[in-house]
Design a protein around this ligand. Structure first.
Ligand SMILES: Nc1ncnc2c1ncn2[C@@H]1O[C@H](COP(=O)(O)OS(=O)(=O)O)[C@@H](OP(=O)(O)O)[C@H]1O
Ligand SMILES: Nc1ncnc2c1ncn2[C@@H]1O[C@H](COP(=O)(O)OP(=O)(O)O)[C@@H](O)[C@H]1O
Length: 219
């Protein structure tokens, strides 16, 4: 016999919004708190944002490695990789970027519930899109990390040769050149990826996570 949503605490309220008609949320029997207790650390979303070449992927992967070496559950969602699969139908118009970030926000929320420290490395140039991702989760769960490197530094690095192509008009709507980047006003962390070395930036982030009680002191 199937219990009705009203009488079974495993079920949430019936949803009747947009395309989600007659959908009922099912609560997991393993809670996020239980996962945190078992693993010895909390989960969180580390949302790296910045220009192409500012160091999002390099830094997110370095922090991920530091956490992994300590046996923590962690995972990087990287813009270039996600655009090969989940978001391969999207381009770089404002509305496609909005949809890209909406999907990543939802995926990151699932990782959060799964007890994982999830590190997202997306340009995510628009404040409204980042704020929407933040609003999906609770206070303290979303840590916005601005990889602050000037356009000049990023262009000088030009790790993938994309700035040269954008300057030559071969790539349209390129962030920083022909599409805007809205800097975070009050990110939880701003790391000087344009001026500081990688190790310093990693230490900065790890120290913040320890200070917030998300991860324990590293051994
Ligand atoms: N027009 C344009 N603007 C910005 N970036 C471009 C563009 N075209 C391709 N690329 C490459 O795609 C990577 C950015 O993808 P994202 O999913 O992070 O972008 S966004 O958050 O939806 O704005 C970005 O990766 P990173 O260099 O790692 O930032 C670029 O390599
Ligand atoms: N403090 C730093 N943090 C991250 N990357 C750095 C730093 N200093 C120099 N770099 C270099 O800058 C480049 C950043 O490239 P990448 O990580 O692909 O940027 P993004 O993912 O933002 O496009 C790499 O070549 C990296 O070695």
């Amino acid at each position: 016999m199937t219990a009705s949503p009203a009488s079974n605490p495993a079920y949430g309220a019936l949803t009747n919004q947009g395309n989600s008609t007659n959908i009922v949320w099912h609560h997991s029997t393993v809670t996020r708190e239980a996962r945190a207790y078992q693993r010895g650390h909390r989960s969180a979303i580390l949302w790296f944002t910045g220009l192409s070449g500012s160091g999002k992927s390099t830094l997110a992967n370095a922090v991920n490695s530091a956490l992994f070496e300590q046996g923590m559950a962690c995972y990087v969602l990287d813009g270039d990789n996600i655009r090969h699969g989940l978001c391969k139908d999207l381009g770089f118009s404002d509305s496609d970027r909005e949809e890209n970030i909406r999907r990543i926000g939802e995926v990151a929320k699932l990782f959060l519930d799964a007890g994982v420290v999830v590190l997202t490395a997306f340009v995510s140039p628009f404040k409204a899109d980042r704020d929407r991702a933040r609003a999906l989760v609770g206070e303290g769960d979303f840590i916005e990390i601005h990889c602050a490197a000037d356009l000049g530094v990023c262009e000088e690095r030009d790790t993938k040769g994309l700035y040269a192509k954008a300057r030559a008009g071969e790539i349209k709507e390129f962030t920083g050149i022909s599409s805007p980047y809205e800097e975070p006003e009050l990110p939880e962390l701003r790391v000087d990826t344009g001026g500081q070395g990688l190790e310093e930036c990693v230490t900065h982030i790890i120290g913040y996570l320890q200070g917030q009680g998300i991860i324990p002191e590293l051994s």
